[in-house]
Each structure stands twice: as structure tokens, then as C-alpha cells.
Design a protein around this ligand. Structure first.
Ligand code: GLU
Length: 447
């Protein structure tokens, strides 16, 4: 059997076994596309069922999460934790609370997380979890009761050396606080290293809140540097307005770029002179409001209901909202408008056809597993601080983050070159991440 046939057979088995999980199939297909380059050169990677083992989560936990709302009505949600791969360290990855969450979504995120975490060079395995709970419109007390119920089951399965959850969409400092409080209460131990994204006063790390967004901006700066230019004077469009987007905007502005548009699920705002981050943070972080409120408060801004934010011309695009938000049509518009660099702030926001459109148009495209790894990398730094009962300064942690992002960029670029795909960040990230995990798995035997 040729390498391609062998890989196609394995991929078919993965699909059949995970019927009805299209996002997971998509995430797996993206990695399989790169694997033939490695396996042709190093056939030992296809031996001992290594690829089959990598595609199958080590453990998947699904549980009932019952809770009572403020009116006294009982609700039942579904909780998930997929402990995907622990070859490099304890399972590590966020929790997502969003109505679209199902097993396929959690598996796609967990699968991506394995390679992303490997690329950071830090000792963290891959996992992901969450629930179909919708925090939108819920009171703090309702969110607290939900988190307490969620942790009442999850606490049996996690631990500093086992599995270390953090935030993702719908899970920020507030939720991590409620989750940590309940874990502490159930276990009667102050195990700081069991969750990351904690508050600074109770074991959290400086820069963790900012890390994913800052990391993407650092990565974009590296990409532009490879093209012989910089962020200085560049226009940037960042979709979303959650944690990743806000801090990507902050760092892009610090590095000399101008972010002219951002969005939420209701539409997008354009502010041609550059978004006013203080107003944006007041709307989104303090008030948990809608993006049109920005345009109400800032005279130079306009709000477009619905529509595609990718219609806004820019030099750099940073999709930071959610999966499959940027399709081939949007990619074609961006390319036509002269975009030079696209970096994923969210996980898998770009469809496979859009990635191909960028490749064909010669646009530099960085996948999330490389570009947005700064969040989880800083989570690993939080774990280091917890393990040594230490806390580092903002400046020191930020320097470590910047160095990690430079390292990921260098590794991605050199691996792509080594495997005959210069400038292709997708192949570079997939191959570099895969080799790291595969080598560790082979060393440990068939487990
Ligand atoms: N949810 C983030 C991600 O997609 C962060 C995970 C973490 O810090 O563990 O990488």
C-alpha cells in the first residue's frame, strides 16, 4: 500500500468511527493532509498504530449537569471532557460554554490542542471540555450554580498531574473562580495547579488574560518580519470581540498597527482611524454588551448589522471569533482587497476552501495551532508558577510569552522548509507538532 493509501484508510476509519462529527473530521483532515510528507520520509511513524492511536482520545467523559435558575426552574445541560493525549504532559486545554458545544466540537478542539500544545515546547498534553450551557443573559448566581454543578462531576477526573482545564469561549475569570471554589471545597485542598486562568490574587498568572491575543499579535509581527516588513502603519481587521480579540487589538496597537474593525454575532463595527480600546473594553468586558453600543458611543464608528466583516479592506486579517467563520468567498474578497497576512486567533475559524484560496493567492496564512498558542503557553507558565509557589512580574511573563511565540514561528517556518513546503505555516505547524508527540508516544511503547 502506498503512503497515501495507508493514510486514506486510517482517515476513513476515523470518520466512520466518529460519524456525525463534521468539525472533528475537518480538523483531522487538515492534519492528515500534512502527514504524507512526514510518513513518506519516515515510515516508522505509520508503524505500531501510531496515527490510529493519536486520533483516538485516551478518555472521553460525558456527564449530566443539572442546575436551578433564579426562577426555580430546573435545567439539564451536558458536560464534556475529552482527555485526548498525555504523551507530553497532563491533559491541558480549555472549557467552552456555548449552546453549539457537542462531542464533535470538543473532539475537534481537543485534537487541535494536542499539536498546539506540542508546538509551545512546554510539557502539556492535549484535552478540551465544555458544555452546551449558554451563559448569555444568565445572572452571576445562575452561572455560579451551573459551574458548581459542572465541577461536582468534573473534579473526579482532573488534577495538577492529571488534567488542567482553563477558559475558552464563554469561560473567563468569573467562571474559573466559581469552578476553582467548588473544586477546593470538594477536595478540601488548595491545589492551585488544577486550573489556569485564575485571578492574580489566588494563584493566577500575569498576562494570562492577555496572552492569546498578545501572542497572535506577536506571531503576526514575526510573519510580517519574514516578509521584510512590520506592523507599523498596517491596517488590521480582527473578528470577534471576546478575550482573544480585545487583547490582539491592544497589542497590535502597541506594535504600531491600526485595527479598524471588530465584530460579535450581531454584526461588526468599523472605525477607520482605529478602534478605541477603552470604549470597547467598557462595552464588552464591563457591561457584557453588544457591539453596536460601541458605534453609539464613538462618533467616528459605524455599525453594520449582519454582513461580513471580511468586506472591510485590510493588510492583516485576524479571525478571532469561532470555527468556520471565514469561508472561501470571504477569503476571495480579502485577497482581492490586498490582504497580505492572515493569522487565526480562534480555533479553526478558516474553512479548508478559504485556506486554499489564500494559498492560491500567495497570502501568508497561519493556523490557530501556531498563531493562537500563546494562551495555552501562558497557562503552562501559570502551572510553573503554581508548582514553585512563585509569581512573576507582568514584564517578565510577557517577555517569556514573546519568546515562546518567536520560537513557534521559527519552528513552523524551518519545518515547512525542511519538508519542501517553504512559507506554508499549515504544513509546518502540523508536522512540527506531530513529530514532537509521535516521538514521545513511540518512546513509551504501545499505550
Ligand atoms: N482555550 C485556549 C486554547 O484554545 C486556552 C487553553 C488553556 O489555556 O489551557 O488554546
Amino acid at each position: 500500500m502506498s503512503t497515501n493509501e495507508q493514510l486514506a484508510t486510517i482517515y476513513d476509519q476515523v470518520r466512520t468511527r466518529s460519524a456525525g462529527e463534521p468539525e472533528f473530521h475537518q480538523a483531522a483532515a487538515e492534519v492528515f493532509e500534512s502527514l504524507h510528507l512526514v510518513v513518506e520520509r519516515r515510515p516508522e511513524y505509520a508503524e505500531a498504530g501510531l496515527i490510529e492511536r493519536l486520533c483516538e482520545p485516551e478518555r472521553q467523559i460525558i456527564f449530566r449537569v443539572p442546575w436551578v435558575d433564579d426562577a426555580g426552574t430546573v435545567h439539564v445541560n451536558r458536560g464534556f471532557r475529552v482527555q485526548y493525549n498525555s504523551a507530553l504532559g497532563p491533559y491541558k486545554g480549555g472549557l467552552r460554554f456555548h449552546p453549539t458545544v457537542n462531542l464533535g466540537i470538543v473532539k475537534f478542539l481537543g485534537f487541535e490542542q494536542i499539536f498546539k500544545n506540542a508546538l509551545t515546547g512546554l510539557p502539556i498534553g492535549g484535552g478540551k471540555g465544555g458544555s452546551d450551557f449558554d451563559p448569555k443573559g444568565r445572572s452571576d448566581a445562575e452561572v455560579m450554580r451551573f459551574c458548581q454543578s459542572f465541577m461536582t462531576e468534573l473534579h473526579r477526573h482532573i488534577g495538577e498531574y492529571i488534567d488542567v482545564p482553563a477558559g475558552d469561549i464563554g469561560v473567563g475569570a468569573r467562571e474559573i473562580g466559581y469552578l476553582f471554589g467548588q473544586y477546593k471545597r470538594l477536595t478540601n485542598s488548595y491545589e492551585s495547579g488544577v486550573l489556569t486562568g485564575k485571578g492574580i490574587a489566588w494563584g493566577g498568572s500575569q498576562v494570562r488574560r492577555e496572552a492569546t491575543g498578545y501572542g497572535v499579535a506577536y506571531f503576526v509581527a514575526e510573519m510580517l518580519d519574514s516578509l521584510g516588513t512590520s506592523l507599523d502603519g498596517k491596517t488590521v481587521v480582527v473578528s470577534g470581540s471576546g478575550n482573544v480579540a480585545l487583547y490582539a487589538i491592544e497589542k497590535v496597537h502597541q506594535l504600531g498597527g491600526t485595527v479598524t474593525a471588530c465584530s460579535d454575532s450581531s454584526g461588526y463595527v468599523v472605525d477607520p482611524g482605529g478602534l478605541d480600546l477603552a470604549v470597547l473594553k467598557a462595552v464588552k468586558e464591563d457591561r457584557r454588551g453588544r457591539i453596536d453600543e460601541y458605534a453609539t458611543e464613538v462618533a467616528t464608528a459605524s455599525f453594520v448589522a449582519g454582513g461580513s466583516i471580511w468586506d472591510v479592506p485590510c493588510d492583516v486579517a485576524v479571525p478571532s471569533a469561532t470555527q468556520n467563520e471565514l469561508d472561501a468567498d470571504a477569503a476571495a474578497v480579502l485577497a482581492r482587497n490586498g490582504v497580505r497576512v492572515v493569522a487565526e486567533g480562534a480555533n479553526m475559524p478558516t474553512t479548508p476552501a478559504a485556506i486554499q484560496t489564500f494559498r492560491d493567492a500567495g497570502v501568508a496564512f497561519a493556523p490557530g495551532k501556531a498563531a493562537n498558542a500563546g494562551g495555552v503557553a501562558t497557562s503552562a507558565l501559570e502551572m510553573q508558577q503554581n508548582a514553585s509557589r512563585d509569581s512573576w512580574s507582568f514584564e517578565y511573563t510577557d517577555r517569556r510569552l514573546a519568546a515562546i511565540m518567536r520560537g513557534i514561528h521559527r519552528r513552523t517556518v524551518t519545518t515547512a522548509e525542511e519538508y519542501g513546503m517553504p512559507g506554508d505555516y499549515v504544513h509546518g505547524a502540523n508536522i512540527a507538532g506531530f513529530i514532537e508527540v509521535a516521538d514521545a508516544m513511540s518512546a513509551m511503547g504501545v499505550i
